[in-house]
Design a protein around this ligand. Structure first.
Ligand SMILES: Cc1cc2nc3c(=O)[nH]c(=O)nc-3n(C[C@H](O)[C@H](O)[C@H](O)COP(=O)(O)OP(=O)(O)OC[C@H]3O[C@@H](n4cnc5c(N)ncnc54)[C@H](O)[C@@H]3O)c2cc1C
Ligand code: FES
Ligand code: FES
Length: 1345
């Protein structure tokens, strides 16, 4: 076929041909699918390749090999122009509720793997792609395919369990057989079940039923051999098909970017304001995609994808001897931790090299391996060695502008050559490195004398660097321990980092650089010893730090009480029924606000946000923005017809008028024809500021005495006497970091003006009535003219309670002013920068205890980082102060709380509000007592635990505490029982039984590895259930029974993934005694149920459930006269013909007493949800890495309304708490800019973080005697606290490492226990070498607020 040029983009989507004659080179595949094709199943979660919500499958036919390949892709980064000649499959293309579900969709839903559902289509497509490549995949294939997907709701376990049913050798799932792994778990107690779904009911997977690849794309090579060119008014995108043409084009456009995966360029353009007028796509230039295996190694074309590199090298490792493939093995090992599968499928090797990022994972390997590269321009081809001269500066290489990278040559190793690589990142999977390294050593034949050495690091300088001085000094030396001290000093000289170095964590990075060399040293020592070259062996207590991390298959059990055999089959309460929207979510049919079809003339809004943390606004000029074609308006404070100060926000202006108080505060909005236009115009709005000094951290606020007026104090007993009566007095300080909500669906709203000057609004809010109220305030119209609807939201976790009203009110003002519908979905970075987080807390405590560990007195000061305005902070602070006891009786307490006024966005509500902040501090001083008194933590917990008849520090009588003790006992029994251990260990193929005892001494004995330590902790949780504000303890419902017997429920709660609607349907089913299939909930709507309360505080099931019950009971009463014969439908029909009202409201108010902080809160909580968790971890003392080996949870949930949903809440909350306490690390620049504002920089737990053994058990036969609804207990928030057990297991492991270093006694560990925190707490000779710089002597790269 002749090489012609085409400007028509042709590809297939779900089997249908798409021809686009005006392809936009700046458009991503995701936007094309969602906007042009209206395929909204594929979601936008981050636009930076970090969450996987946008995953689709792309299939390609290779005209030469005649093979079809399928790969998962992040549609948010893939340029639509790159799809020419390819077939795209989206979630809509594989199955639907209207036709037939695909087994992936069915199994995910039935395994309860979808809660809010926003992540679900992406997860479905990752798994679907795996099946298309391997119909019976291994478990590792499944886990690897999901590395690039995040879920904030489920805790991942149910997704993995559901998909495991596709894998090789999948166990029957408890369906029989004497060898079944689940035998023995069933029937632990009468009526206790251990399975939440029945795999035997799943559709079989038949790969022959999959859609065929479009034949049109196979019958001709024109799609691959034609040159393509697409352009818009500012960008050109050219795909040449020969090398000569590519080089000519690069000569013509020397600054053109070669675009392959677009995983780097896409992020630069979207988030770093880069603009590239010309793109050259080399994907169809044969030389750039070639792979050649030679006697010297493997040559890769620069456009070979990382997945292909991985596969080719794995084949070579299988084929060629181990000693020759050590560099290949290092590349494969590094690729295991390189991004997620979707990124590796599209990103290419040349892209990684040429980006020249200082934290590139592959460049240290290529440098240390001394790889050669071939580079070419139109006039010459040359070969270069990747050495210290290759990278010439930050993101710069030695290549000329007109040159491209053609090949990378990866060499084989020699017999006496050893090679290892290392990467340490905040999260193990799909994360960029803090420090990475690759090291190679060659010895003189048969000796341990170094003849060649290469050591390179990433993350230690603006480029990948080689440690030259260290290398030169070691050449000719013998491989002996004596080298280590010398290397430590030399590396410090080779890798200087100033205290203000970009990236921060300076002492940690320096410590890592030497720790990683130490690992290399030991590995090579081991290898030399194994090869018989030296006798010196690695000491046995050091060996544990050598093996590389291996992923393990998770094993789990979920235990819950079955409904009693006598319960009517139609009564759904207590049954583990599937979330009502699960099938819509797995098929992509579930509609979220941004999926709604645009209305006629609908406009898009993007906010203009403050770039300064504290400043007077001198002027705002939107002239240039308004001149952009397609821009309709700049709306600001002067356009607000009502009050610009929104009622319940503590004085927060909707649009800042004179002063900005934080970065991210809204100054106005641009309204335009499209997102793209609005986005561009926003950058043209010029704001001039008179800057004031900002205060960002709690410490600064204390020093400058900047507080909000919300001081709180609580006292019980005489603290002074308590201390006098104590044998020990311990003083300490702890900081607990904030947390970003990271719901997968960012905040979104659409405001529609109505004919009578009102507004209809679709919003992703947790509190429709407050949104309604705030719009009424801003527009100065009565509430009855405002309707707020919520179909479902893609996760909320509190932020969509306390900050979603702002976006909605802004959209309403804009829509009202223009008389046109206005929509806005916040970009991920904007959402994170502007909506606020969980409050950080600093605590100073003094605790007194007796020798036997009994608590005598506590004096505590809590400093909350409230941010610039107090929106919900008073509740957070009060909650933290009320919860400072967790489960313990503290006879004398003096607690004082302060709200620090800082220039960060106002702190928000977040699952469990102030409780986790308080509990983790409480457990910290409990562990301090254990250390100081020399007794086990468990003992301290046990002897101080509340007994019935005790009274809390706020005068709440303690009753029914026995279930907490039972949870504690059960969890300990399950976690420690050797029998259970061994049985579960056999499931994962290795005995993991540890010699843990219950005393520190026993643990130390079983924990004798110097560089890897295991720790264990059990933590109780006693979570007070209730919302202090009395008016918030009410709910309404509206139930209609239609003449055909179908039932429609409306209630005031919002479905945000927690299964609220499912539970409400179960309640109605139980009261009306009809199957759930007859009951439907459409959406939440302020015009149906007025004055609703926020869906928050774990109480929504109880409040709304009782309102639904009330309405159903009213109707049932009216039906009574007709119930003497026939079925439900007959009664309803008879009642209808008898003119009986079949519609009823329902109402409920919780019997709570009036709360007053000043007059002794007393018995303000109806009951407590209790539970306990035991976690075991392993830490790497040299790097700070950790993994959770096992978690056992036992909770008392009374009689669960729906065990599947409740266990989902437990697991999801646990994993969210795990993130809070271990890795979610909010960092800001010293002038208040949030640095961690996307999945790239802010890490939430991923699939790989699920505990290897994860057992959850709901206590059976434990009805809640104080229940509000049936016999259940609230569940949404309390299990988050159980993740403290991981934090304290880590602390336990660190304590062991410190003991080895001769450091006994208490030590400070702030939350989160990040890799940095763990490594630096494991003090040793390496850390000693790098003391922190004097505070105040430098400007830190970041601060923790
Ligand atoms: C979510 C996510 C996770 C990531 N994780 C990691 C990680 O764990 N480790 C890591 O190291 N990186 C990571 N990255 C960075 C990125 O994926 C890699 O650098 C990737 O290899 C870039 O390849 P690409 O094909 O997407 O490059 P593109 O974005 O298409 O191009 C990148 C740059 O390379 C230039 N270029 C490409 N090919 C050539 C050539 N032949 N000649 C000259 N110039 C060329 C381009 O002009 C451009 O400047 C991640 C990125 C994302 C979005
Ligand atoms: S939206 Fe594409 S990865 Fe997040
Ligand atoms: S279900 Fe995964 S993010 Fe909500």
């Amino acid at each position: 076929m002749a090489n012609t040029t085409s400007d028509e983009l042709i590809f297939f989507v779900n089997g249908k041909k798409v021809t686009e004659s005006n392809a936009d080179p700046e458009m991503t595949l995701l936007r094309y699918l969602r906007t042009n094709l209206r395929l909204t199943g594929t979601k936008l979660g981050c636009a930076e390749g970090g969450c996987g919500a946008c995953t689709v499958m792309v299939s390609k036919y290779d005209y030469i090999s005649k093979e079809i390949s399928h790969f998962s892709v992040n549609a948010c980064l893939a340029p639509v122009c790159a799809m020419h000649g390819l077939a795209v499959t989206t979630v809509e293309g594989i199955g639907s509720m209207k036709t037939k579900l695909h087994p992936v969709q069915e199994r995910l839903a039935k395994a309860h793997g979808s809660q809010c559902g926003f992540c679900t289509p992406g997860i479905v497509m990752s798994m679907y792609t795996t099946l298309r490549n391997s119909p019976i995949p291994s478990y590792e294939d499944v886990v690897t395919s999901l590395e690039g997907n995040l879920c904030r709701c489920t805790g991942y376990r149910p997704i993995l369990e559901g998909f495991r049913t596709f894998t090789k050798g999948y166990c029957c799932g408890g369906n029989g057989g004497s060898e079944c792994c689940r035998n023995g778990l069933n029937g632990c107690e009468e009526g206790v079940a251990t399975q939440l779904f029945k795999p035997s009911e799943f559709l079989p997977y038949d790969p022959t039923q999959e859609p065929i690849f479009p034949p049109e794309l196979m019958n001709t090579d024109k799609y691959h051999s034609n040159t393509l060119q697409f352009s818009n008014d500012r960008v050109k995108w050219i795909r040449p098909t020969t090398l000569a043409r590519l080089l000519d084009l690069k000569n013509l456009y020397p600054h053109a970017r070669l675009v392959n995966g677009n995983t780097e360029i896409g992020v630069e353009v979207k988030f770093k304001d880069q603009f590239y007028p010309v793109y050259l796509a080399p994907s169809n230039v044969p030389e750039l995609t070639k792979v050649e295996v030679t006697d010297e190694g493997v040559t890769f074309g620069a456009a070979v994808s990382l997945s292909t590199v991985e596969n080719v090298l794995k084949e070579q490792i299988e084929r060629v001897s181990e000693s020759k493939t050590r560099i290949f093995a290092a590349v494969v090992e590094m690729l295991r931790w390189f991004a997620g599968r979707q990124i590796r499928n599209t990103a290419v090797i040349g892209g990684n090299i040429m980006t020249a990022s200082p934290i590139s994972d592959l460049n240290p390997i290529f440098l240390s391996a001394g790889c050669k590269v071939t580079v070419a321009s139109a006039s010459r081809t040359r070969q270069l060695v990747m050495d210290k001269h290759f990278f010439t500066g930050y993101r710069k290489t030695i290549l000329e502008d007109d040159e491209i990278l053609l090949y990378l040559h990866l060499p084989l190793t020699r017999e006496n050559e050893y090679f290892h690589c290392y990467k340490q990142s905040p999260r193990r999977e799909d994360d960029i490195a803090i420090v990475n390294a690759a090291m190679r050593v060659v010895f003189e034949s048969g000796t341990d004398i170094v003849s060649e050495l290469a050591i390179s690091y990433g993350g230690m300088a603006p480029t990948t660097v080689m440690a030259e001085k260290t290398i030169n000094s070691l050449i000719g030396r013998r491989w002996r321990t004596i080298l280590i001290d010398e290397v430590c000093k030399l590396l410090d000289e080779d890798l200087p980092l100033s205290a203000s170095a970009p990236g921060g964590m300076v002492e940690y990075r320096k410590t890592l650089s030497v720790s990683l060399f130490f690992k290399f040293y030991l590995s090579v020592l081991e290898e030399l010893n194994a090869d018989g070259i030296i006798e010196e062996a690695v000491p046995s207590s050091f060996k544990s730090c050598l093996p590389v991390f291996c992923k393990s298959m998770i094993s789990s059990t979920q235990m819950y009480q079955e409904v009693s055999p006598g319960q009517p089959i139609d009564d759904a309460v207590g049954r583990p029924i599937v979330h009502t929207s699960a099938f819509q979510q797995t098929t992509g049919e579930a509609v979220y606000v941004d999926d709604m079809t645009p209305l006629q003339g609908e406009l898009y809004m993007v906010p203009v946000l403050s770039k300064k943390a504290h400043a007077y606004i001198r002027s705002v000029d939107a002239k240039d923005a308004l001149a952009v074609k397609g821009v309709h308006a700049f709306v600001s404070h002067s356009d607000v017809p009502g009050n610009n100060i929104i009622n319940h926000t503590g004085g927060f202006e909707l649009f800042a008028s004179e002063k900005v108080m934080c970065v991210g505060q809204a100054i106005g909005v641009i309204v335009a024809d499209s997102y793209e236009i609005a986005q561009k115009a926003v950058k043209l709005v010029s704001v001039n500021y008179d800057e004031l000094e900002p205060v960002i951290t709690i410490q600064d606020a204390i020093a400058k005495e900047q507080f909000h007026e919300l001081q709180r104090k609580i006292e019980r007993g005489c603290v002074q006497e308590g201390f006098e009566d104590s044998d020990h007095i311990i003083e300490g300080e702890m900081k607990v970091g904030g947390q970003e909500h990271f719901y997968l669906e960012t905040q979104v709203t659409r405001a529609i003006p109505t004919e009578d000057n009102g507004i209809e609004l679709d919003s992703s809010t947790q509190q429709p009535s407050i949104v309604q109220e705030d719009i009424a305030t801003a527009l100065n119209i009565p509430k009855h003219k405002i309707t707020v609807r919520v179909k479902r939201i893609g996760g909320g976790f509190g932020c969509k309670e306390s900050s979603s009203f702002r976006l909605s009110a802004m959209a309403a003002v804009a829509a009202h002013r223009l008389g046109i519908p206005v929509r806005c979905m916040l970009d991920r970075d904007i959402d994170m920068s502007s909506t606020g987080t969980r409050h950080p807390l600093l605590v100073k405590y003094k605790v007194g205890c007796s020798n036997n560990g009994r608590i005598k007195a506590l004096d505590i000061k809590m400093y909350l980082n409230v941010g610039c305005f107090n929106i919900v902070s008073v509740f957070v602070l009060e909650r933290a102060m009320l919860c400072l006891d967790n489960s313990y009786n503290i006879p004398c307490v003096r607690a004082r709380g302060y709200g620090c006024r800082t220039n960060i966005p106002a702190g928000t509500a977040f699952r469990a509000v102030g409780t986790p902040l308080a509990f983790v501090v409480t457990e910290t001083w409990i562990t301090d007592i254990a250390i100081v008194c020399g007794i086990s933590q468990e003992k301290v917990r046990e002897i101080n635990m509340y007994q019935d008849g005790d009274v809390t520090h706020y005068n709440h009588p303690v009753t029914l505490n026995h279930s907490l003790q039972k949870c504690g006992r059960n969890v300990w029994k399950i976690a420690i029982s050797e029998v259970v251990r061994k049985r579960l260990a056999s499931l994962i193929g290795s005995i993991i039984f540890l010699n843990y005892g219950t005393t520190n001494e026993q643990r130390t004995a079983g924990n004798n590895n110097r560089w890897k330590k295991r720790g264990i902790a059990i933590c109780p949780v006693r979570y007070p259930v209730g919302i202090a504000a009395r008016h918030m303890n009410q709910a309404g419902a509206l139930v209609h029974v239609y003449a055909d017997g179908s039932v429609l429920i409306s209630h005031g709660g919002v479905e945000m993934g927690q299964g609220l609607h499912t539970k409400m349907i179960q309640v109605a089913s139980s009261i009306l005694k009809i199957p759930t299939s007859k009951i439907f909930i459409n959406h939440t709507d302020t015009s149906k149920v007025p004055n609703s309360q926020p869906t928050a505080g774990s109480l929504s099931s109880e409040l709304n459930g009782n309102a639904v019950r009330d309405a159903c009971e009213n109707i049932l009463q009216r039906l009574e006269p007709f119930m003497n014969k026939g079925s439900w439908e007959d009664w309803v029909k008879a009642a209808y013909f008898d003119r009986t009202c079949l519609s009823s409201t329902g109402f409920y108010r919780t019997p709570v007493k009036k709360f007053s902080w000043d007059d002794d809160p007393g018995a303000i909580y109806k009951y407590f949800t209790v539970g306990a968790a035991c976690s075991e971890v392993e830490i790497d003392c040299l790097t700070g890495d950790h993994r959770v080996l096992r978690t056992d949870i036992v909770m008392d949930l009374g009689e669960s309304l729906n065990p599947a949903i409740d266990i989902g809440q437990i697991e999801g909350a646990f994993m969210q708490g795990y993130g809070l306490f271990t890795m979610e690390d909010l960092r800001r620049s010293a002038n208040g800019v949030l640095l961690t504002r996307g999945p790239g920089m802010y890490k939430i737990p991923s699939f790989g973080d699920v505990p290897s053994i994860f057992n959850v058990s709901i206590l059976s036969n434990c009805p809640n005697e104080n229940a509000l609804l049936f016999s259940s207990k609230a569940v949404g928030e309390p299990p988050l606290l159980l993740a403290m057990s991981v934090f304290f297991a880590i602390k336990d492991a660190i304590a062991s490492a410190r003991r080895d270093a001769g450091l006994n006694g208490i030590f400070r560990l702030d939350s989160p226990a990040t890799a940095e925190a763990i490594r630096m707490a494991c003090q040793d000779d390496f850390t000693e070498q790098f003391p922190p710089a004097e505070p105040g002597s430098f400007v830190p790269w970041f601060v923790r607020p």
